[in-house]
Design a protein around this ligand. Structure first.
Ligand code: ZN
Length: 386
Protein backbone atom coordinates (compact mmCIF):
# COMPACT_ATOMS: atom_id res chain seq x y z
CA UNK A 1 0.00 0.00 0.00
CA UNK A 2 1.36 3.35 -0.90
CA UNK A 3 1.97 5.15 2.30
CA UNK A 4 1.12 8.55 2.91
CA UNK A 5 1.55 11.92 3.93
CA UNK A 6 -2.12 12.55 3.37
CA UNK A 7 -3.50 10.49 6.28
CA UNK A 8 -2.17 13.08 8.70
CA UNK A 9 -1.41 16.11 6.63
CA UNK A 10 -1.03 18.39 9.65
CA UNK A 11 1.99 16.51 10.98
CA UNK A 12 3.66 15.04 7.95
CA UNK A 13 4.48 17.90 5.60
CA UNK A 14 7.75 18.90 7.27
CA UNK A 15 10.58 16.83 8.62
CA UNK A 16 8.59 13.61 8.71
CA UNK A 17 7.88 13.63 5.00
CA UNK A 18 9.54 10.85 3.07
CA UNK A 19 9.12 9.70 -0.51
CA UNK A 20 6.18 7.26 -0.50
CA UNK A 21 6.62 3.67 -1.56
CA UNK A 22 4.85 3.39 -4.91
CA UNK A 23 3.51 0.42 -6.82
CA UNK A 24 5.18 -0.44 -10.06
CA UNK A 25 2.20 0.78 -12.09
CA UNK A 26 2.23 4.07 -10.19
CA UNK A 27 5.90 4.53 -10.95
CA UNK A 28 5.15 3.87 -14.61
CA UNK A 29 2.44 6.56 -14.60
CA UNK A 30 4.68 9.01 -12.77
CA UNK A 31 7.60 8.37 -15.13
CA UNK A 32 5.41 8.83 -18.18
CA UNK A 33 4.05 12.21 -17.13
CA UNK A 34 7.47 13.23 -15.79
CA UNK A 35 9.21 12.62 -19.12
CA UNK A 36 6.40 13.34 -21.55
CA UNK A 37 4.47 16.10 -19.82
CA UNK A 38 0.69 16.34 -19.64
CA UNK A 39 -1.29 13.28 -20.72
CA UNK A 40 -4.94 12.43 -20.89
CA UNK A 41 -6.00 9.52 -18.71
CA UNK A 42 -7.26 7.72 -21.79
CA UNK A 43 -3.85 7.91 -23.46
CA UNK A 44 -2.03 6.94 -20.27
CA UNK A 45 -4.28 3.91 -19.95
CA UNK A 46 -3.44 2.83 -23.49
CA UNK A 47 0.29 3.37 -22.99
CA UNK A 48 0.51 1.54 -19.70
CA UNK A 49 -2.07 -1.12 -20.58
CA UNK A 50 -4.57 -0.47 -17.84
CA UNK A 51 -8.33 -0.23 -17.53
CA UNK A 52 -9.91 3.13 -16.93
CA UNK A 53 -11.04 2.09 -13.43
CA UNK A 54 -7.60 0.87 -12.29
CA UNK A 55 -5.92 3.91 -13.73
CA UNK A 56 -8.37 6.24 -12.01
CA UNK A 57 -7.70 4.61 -8.65
CA UNK A 58 -3.90 4.77 -9.04
CA UNK A 59 -3.84 8.35 -10.30
CA UNK A 60 -6.19 9.40 -7.47
CA UNK A 61 -3.63 8.02 -5.00
CA UNK A 62 -0.75 9.77 -6.77
CA UNK A 63 -2.73 12.99 -6.74
CA UNK A 64 -3.49 12.61 -3.00
CA UNK A 65 0.24 12.10 -2.43
CA UNK A 66 0.85 15.42 -4.16
CA UNK A 67 3.00 13.95 -6.93
CA UNK A 68 0.66 14.55 -9.87
CA UNK A 69 -2.10 17.07 -10.52
CA UNK A 70 -5.30 16.70 -12.49
CA UNK A 71 -5.21 19.75 -14.66
CA UNK A 72 -8.19 19.74 -16.93
CA UNK A 73 -10.01 17.85 -19.63
CA UNK A 74 -9.17 17.24 -23.24
CA UNK A 75 -10.90 15.39 -26.01
CA UNK A 76 -9.47 11.93 -26.41
CA UNK A 77 -8.27 11.72 -30.00
CA UNK A 78 -9.18 8.06 -30.50
CA UNK A 79 -12.79 8.26 -29.41
CA UNK A 80 -13.56 11.94 -29.16
CA UNK A 81 -14.63 11.56 -25.53
CA UNK A 82 -13.52 14.05 -22.90
CA UNK A 83 -10.73 12.66 -20.74
CA UNK A 84 -9.11 14.19 -17.63
CA UNK A 85 -5.52 15.26 -18.08
CA UNK A 86 -2.75 14.56 -15.65
CA UNK A 87 0.64 16.18 -15.18
CA UNK A 88 3.52 16.14 -12.74
CA UNK A 89 3.20 18.33 -9.63
CA UNK A 90 6.62 20.02 -9.53
CA UNK A 91 6.26 20.99 -5.88
CA UNK A 92 5.52 17.35 -4.99
CA UNK A 93 9.14 16.71 -3.98
CA UNK A 94 12.58 18.29 -4.00
CA UNK A 95 15.96 16.77 -4.80
CA UNK A 96 19.51 17.76 -3.96
CA UNK A 97 22.42 17.30 -6.32
CA UNK A 98 26.05 17.68 -5.23
CA UNK A 99 29.04 17.86 -7.57
CA UNK A 100 32.39 17.40 -5.84
CA UNK A 101 35.66 18.66 -7.26
CA UNK A 102 39.00 18.46 -5.47
CA UNK A 103 38.34 21.87 -3.88
CA UNK A 104 34.65 22.77 -4.13
CA UNK A 105 31.13 21.59 -3.47
CA UNK A 106 28.50 22.63 -6.03
CA UNK A 107 24.88 22.23 -4.94
CA UNK A 108 21.68 22.20 -7.01
CA UNK A 109 18.19 22.00 -5.53
CA UNK A 110 15.51 20.91 -8.00
CA UNK A 111 11.82 20.22 -7.92
CA UNK A 112 10.20 16.98 -9.05
CA UNK A 113 10.23 18.17 -12.68
CA UNK A 114 14.07 18.64 -12.49
CA UNK A 115 13.79 22.42 -12.68
CA UNK A 116 16.64 24.03 -10.77
CA UNK A 117 15.35 26.05 -7.82
CA UNK A 118 18.74 27.06 -6.43
CA UNK A 119 22.45 26.72 -7.21
CA UNK A 120 25.23 27.27 -4.68
CA UNK A 121 28.92 26.61 -4.43
CA UNK A 122 31.38 26.63 -1.55
CA UNK A 123 34.96 25.70 -0.84
CA UNK A 124 35.56 22.33 0.78
CA UNK A 125 37.43 22.57 4.08
CA UNK A 126 39.68 19.69 2.99
CA UNK A 127 39.65 16.56 0.82
CA UNK A 128 39.22 14.30 3.89
CA UNK A 129 36.15 12.09 3.45
CA UNK A 130 34.75 13.08 6.87
CA UNK A 131 35.04 16.80 6.11
CA UNK A 132 33.45 16.43 2.68
CA UNK A 133 30.52 14.38 4.04
CA UNK A 134 30.08 16.97 6.80
CA UNK A 135 29.95 19.79 4.22
CA UNK A 136 27.19 17.95 2.33
CA UNK A 137 25.30 17.28 5.59
CA UNK A 138 25.42 20.96 6.55
CA UNK A 139 24.25 22.03 3.08
CA UNK A 140 21.40 19.51 3.33
CA UNK A 141 20.32 20.77 6.77
CA UNK A 142 20.44 24.35 5.56
CA UNK A 143 18.36 23.65 2.44
CA UNK A 144 15.65 21.69 4.25
CA UNK A 145 14.08 25.10 4.97
CA UNK A 146 13.63 25.59 1.22
CA UNK A 147 12.70 21.97 0.63
CA UNK A 148 9.91 20.72 2.90
CA UNK A 149 9.60 17.56 0.80
CA UNK A 150 13.26 16.72 0.32
CA UNK A 151 13.17 13.22 -1.15
CA UNK A 152 16.71 12.17 -2.03
CA UNK A 153 20.28 13.24 -2.71
CA UNK A 154 22.46 12.56 -5.74
CA UNK A 155 26.23 13.07 -5.69
CA UNK A 156 28.60 13.06 -8.66
CA UNK A 157 32.33 13.40 -9.03
CA UNK A 158 35.10 12.80 -11.54
CA UNK A 159 36.08 9.21 -10.80
CA UNK A 160 34.77 5.69 -10.86
CA UNK A 161 31.80 4.49 -8.86
CA UNK A 162 30.60 0.92 -8.51
CA UNK A 163 27.72 -0.65 -6.60
CA UNK A 164 28.30 -3.37 -4.01
CA UNK A 165 25.55 -5.48 -2.44
CA UNK A 166 26.84 -4.85 1.09
CA UNK A 167 28.30 -1.37 0.89
CA UNK A 168 26.16 0.35 -1.76
CA UNK A 169 27.70 2.94 -4.09
CA UNK A 170 31.46 2.97 -3.53
CA UNK A 171 33.87 5.50 -5.05
CA UNK A 172 36.56 3.18 -6.38
CA UNK A 173 38.91 5.97 -7.29
CA UNK A 174 38.87 9.75 -7.61
CA UNK A 175 42.18 11.36 -8.41
CA UNK A 176 40.99 14.93 -7.70
CA UNK A 177 39.89 13.97 -4.18
CA UNK A 178 42.58 11.34 -3.65
CA UNK A 179 39.94 8.80 -2.59
CA UNK A 180 40.01 5.05 -3.04
CA UNK A 181 37.34 2.51 -2.09
CA UNK A 182 35.20 5.04 -0.25
CA UNK A 183 31.65 3.89 0.69
CA UNK A 184 30.27 7.39 0.13
CA UNK A 185 26.62 6.36 -0.17
CA UNK A 186 26.59 4.68 3.27
CA UNK A 187 28.39 7.62 4.87
CA UNK A 188 26.00 10.21 3.45
CA UNK A 189 22.88 8.15 4.24
CA UNK A 190 24.08 7.94 7.86
CA UNK A 191 24.76 11.67 7.96
CA UNK A 192 21.47 12.85 6.40
CA UNK A 193 18.92 10.04 6.80
CA UNK A 194 17.92 10.47 3.15
CA UNK A 195 18.19 8.09 0.18
CA UNK A 196 21.48 8.76 -1.61
CA UNK A 197 22.88 7.75 -4.99
CA UNK A 198 26.49 8.31 -6.17
CA UNK A 199 27.66 8.55 -9.80
CA UNK A 200 30.53 9.49 -12.03
CA UNK A 201 29.93 13.09 -13.17
CA UNK A 202 29.63 12.47 -16.91
CA UNK A 203 27.35 9.50 -16.19
CA UNK A 204 25.11 11.73 -14.07
CA UNK A 205 25.05 14.34 -16.83
CA UNK A 206 24.11 11.59 -19.30
CA UNK A 207 21.07 10.57 -17.23
CA UNK A 208 20.05 14.23 -16.94
CA UNK A 209 20.36 14.90 -20.67
CA UNK A 210 18.55 11.67 -21.50
CA UNK A 211 15.56 12.44 -19.31
CA UNK A 212 15.31 16.23 -19.46
CA UNK A 213 18.06 17.77 -21.60
CA UNK A 214 19.62 17.61 -25.04
CA UNK A 215 19.07 13.83 -25.30
CA UNK A 216 15.37 13.93 -24.41
CA UNK A 217 13.22 11.57 -26.45
CA UNK A 218 16.06 9.32 -27.64
CA UNK A 219 16.39 5.57 -27.03
CA UNK A 220 20.14 5.55 -27.61
CA UNK A 221 22.46 8.38 -26.75
CA UNK A 222 26.05 9.21 -25.94
CA UNK A 223 27.13 12.27 -24.00
CA UNK A 224 30.74 13.34 -24.51
CA UNK A 225 32.25 15.73 -22.00
CA UNK A 226 35.40 17.36 -23.35
CA UNK A 227 37.56 19.16 -20.81
CA UNK A 228 40.49 18.17 -18.61
CA UNK A 229 39.85 14.67 -19.91
CA UNK A 230 37.28 13.23 -22.28
CA UNK A 231 34.41 11.39 -20.57
CA UNK A 232 31.47 9.55 -22.05
CA UNK A 233 28.13 8.24 -20.86
CA UNK A 234 26.05 5.85 -22.93
CA UNK A 235 22.33 5.06 -23.08
CA UNK A 236 21.22 1.97 -25.01
CA UNK A 237 17.59 0.86 -25.42
CA UNK A 238 16.49 3.63 -23.08
CA UNK A 239 18.80 2.67 -20.21
CA UNK A 240 22.12 4.07 -19.14
CA UNK A 241 24.87 1.49 -19.49
CA UNK A 242 26.50 0.74 -16.10
CA UNK A 243 29.06 -1.83 -17.24
CA UNK A 244 30.50 -4.72 -15.25
CA UNK A 245 32.66 -2.49 -13.01
CA UNK A 246 30.90 0.88 -13.19
CA UNK A 247 33.31 2.08 -15.87
CA UNK A 248 31.58 2.23 -19.24
CA UNK A 249 32.42 4.93 -21.75
CA UNK A 250 36.17 5.00 -21.19
CA UNK A 251 36.89 6.58 -24.55
CA UNK A 252 39.83 8.68 -23.31
CA UNK A 253 42.53 6.42 -24.68
CA UNK A 254 40.98 5.24 -27.95
CA UNK A 255 43.40 5.23 -30.87
CA UNK A 256 42.60 7.97 -33.40
CA UNK A 257 45.80 8.05 -35.47
CA UNK A 258 48.72 10.44 -35.79
CA UNK A 259 51.99 10.52 -33.88
CA UNK A 260 51.21 12.58 -30.79
CA UNK A 261 51.44 10.76 -27.47
CA UNK A 262 49.24 11.07 -24.40
CA UNK A 263 50.56 11.18 -20.82
CA UNK A 264 50.36 7.37 -20.77
CA UNK A 265 52.70 7.17 -23.75
CA UNK A 266 50.07 5.91 -26.24
CA UNK A 267 50.85 6.99 -29.76
CA UNK A 268 47.85 8.47 -31.67
CA UNK A 269 45.64 8.43 -28.57
CA UNK A 270 42.58 10.70 -28.32
CA UNK A 271 43.95 12.19 -25.09
CA UNK A 272 46.96 13.40 -27.07
CA UNK A 273 44.59 15.76 -28.94
CA UNK A 274 41.11 16.29 -27.54
CA UNK A 275 41.70 17.39 -23.96
CA UNK A 276 42.48 20.81 -22.54
CA UNK A 277 46.04 19.83 -21.42
CA UNK A 278 46.79 18.29 -24.84
CA UNK A 279 45.64 21.39 -26.72
CA UNK A 280 47.60 23.70 -24.40
CA UNK A 281 50.69 21.55 -24.95
CA UNK A 282 50.25 21.45 -28.73
CA UNK A 283 49.83 25.22 -28.96
CA UNK A 284 52.46 26.09 -26.36
CA UNK A 285 49.82 27.89 -24.28
CA UNK A 286 49.06 27.93 -20.57
CA UNK A 287 45.49 29.20 -20.35
CA UNK A 288 42.55 27.64 -22.17
CA UNK A 289 40.39 30.77 -22.32
CA UNK A 290 43.26 32.61 -24.02
CA UNK A 291 43.83 29.67 -26.36
CA UNK A 292 40.14 29.63 -27.30
CA UNK A 293 40.24 33.37 -28.00
CA UNK A 294 43.33 32.86 -30.17
CA UNK A 295 41.66 30.01 -32.07
CA UNK A 296 38.58 32.16 -32.64
CA UNK A 297 40.70 34.98 -34.02
CA UNK A 298 42.48 32.64 -36.43
CA UNK A 299 45.85 32.21 -34.71
CA UNK A 300 47.51 29.45 -36.72
CA UNK A 301 48.95 27.36 -33.89
CA UNK A 302 45.82 27.58 -31.74
CA UNK A 303 43.66 26.80 -34.77
CA UNK A 304 45.77 23.73 -35.56
CA UNK A 305 45.42 22.39 -31.99
CA UNK A 306 41.64 22.89 -32.14
CA UNK A 307 41.36 21.29 -35.59
CA UNK A 308 43.34 18.21 -34.48
CA UNK A 309 41.14 17.94 -31.39
CA UNK A 310 38.01 18.18 -33.58
CA UNK A 311 39.28 15.39 -35.84
CA UNK A 312 39.97 13.18 -32.82
CA UNK A 313 36.48 13.91 -31.51
CA UNK A 314 34.90 12.92 -34.83
CA UNK A 315 36.80 9.63 -34.73
CA UNK A 316 35.53 8.89 -31.21
CA UNK A 317 31.97 9.59 -32.36
CA UNK A 318 32.49 7.26 -35.36
CA UNK A 319 33.65 4.50 -33.01
CA UNK A 320 30.63 4.94 -30.75
CA UNK A 321 28.27 4.98 -33.73
CA UNK A 322 29.84 1.90 -35.31
CA UNK A 323 29.75 -0.05 -32.02
CA UNK A 324 26.28 0.76 -30.79
CA UNK A 325 24.40 2.38 -33.68
CA UNK A 326 23.67 5.45 -31.63
CA UNK A 327 20.85 7.88 -32.38
CA UNK A 328 22.27 11.12 -31.00
CA UNK A 329 25.57 12.35 -29.54
CA UNK A 330 25.56 15.33 -27.21
CA UNK A 331 28.94 17.08 -27.04
CA UNK A 332 29.48 19.35 -24.08
CA UNK A 333 32.19 20.36 -21.61
CA UNK A 334 34.67 23.19 -21.05
CA UNK A 335 36.29 22.62 -24.46
CA UNK A 336 33.04 22.61 -26.48
CA UNK A 337 34.49 25.42 -28.63
CA UNK A 338 36.57 22.77 -30.42
CA UNK A 339 33.43 21.35 -32.00
CA UNK A 340 31.78 24.76 -32.42
CA UNK A 341 34.72 26.17 -34.38
CA UNK A 342 35.50 23.04 -36.38
CA UNK A 343 32.19 21.27 -36.81
CA UNK A 344 33.15 20.53 -40.45
CA UNK A 345 36.29 18.68 -39.24
CA UNK A 346 34.26 16.69 -36.69
CA UNK A 347 31.78 15.69 -39.41
CA UNK A 348 34.53 14.81 -41.92
CA UNK A 349 36.37 12.59 -39.40
CA UNK A 350 33.07 10.93 -38.50
CA UNK A 351 32.30 10.15 -42.16
CA UNK A 352 35.86 8.93 -42.79
CA UNK A 353 35.87 6.47 -39.88
CA UNK A 354 32.28 5.28 -39.73
CA UNK A 355 31.55 1.71 -40.69
CA UNK A 356 30.23 1.88 -44.29
CA UNK A 357 26.75 0.63 -43.37
CA UNK A 358 26.42 2.65 -40.18
CA UNK A 359 24.18 5.70 -40.02
CA UNK A 360 25.85 8.86 -38.70
CA UNK A 361 24.26 10.00 -35.44
CA UNK A 362 22.79 13.42 -34.96
CA UNK A 363 25.41 15.58 -33.19
CA UNK A 364 24.15 18.20 -30.77
CA UNK A 365 26.59 20.76 -29.32
CA UNK A 366 25.31 21.70 -25.89
CA UNK A 367 26.52 24.86 -24.12
CA UNK A 368 28.19 23.86 -20.88
CA UNK A 369 27.94 25.39 -17.44
CA UNK A 370 29.93 23.80 -14.66
CA UNK A 371 26.82 23.75 -12.46
CA UNK A 372 25.20 21.34 -14.97
CA UNK A 373 26.95 18.55 -13.09
CA UNK A 374 25.12 19.38 -9.85
CA UNK A 375 21.84 19.43 -11.81
CA UNK A 376 22.82 16.05 -13.27
CA UNK A 377 23.41 14.72 -9.76
CA UNK A 378 19.94 15.90 -8.68
CA UNK A 379 18.43 14.11 -11.69
CA UNK A 380 20.14 10.86 -10.62
CA UNK A 381 18.34 11.29 -7.30
CA UNK A 382 14.99 11.61 -9.13
CA UNK A 383 15.95 8.62 -11.28
CA UNK A 384 16.67 6.54 -8.17
CA UNK A 385 13.07 6.92 -6.91
CA UNK A 386 10.81 7.20 -9.95
ZN1 ZN B 1 46.35 7.45 -24.11
Amino acid sequence: MASTSTDHPEQSQREDWTWPSLREAQRAILLDVLLHGRRSRAELGRRIGMTRASLSRLTRELSALGLVAETGVQLDGARGRPSETLEIAPEGAQFLGFKLTGTSLYTALTDLSAQVVLIESEQLPSREVGDVVDSMRRATDRLRERAPRLAAIGVCLAGDVHREPERGDVVSGSSFLGWEETPLQQLLVSATGLPVTISNDVQALTTAHHWFGAGHGTRSLAVLGVGEGIGCGIVVDGRRVHGAHGRPGKVGHLAVGGDARCDQGHRGCVSAYATVPAMLRAAGASDFAALEAAARSGDERADRAFRDAAAALGTVIATLASLIDIERVVVTGEALAVAQLHRDTVDAALRARLDPVSVPPEIVLHPFRFTDYAWGAAVTAIHSLV
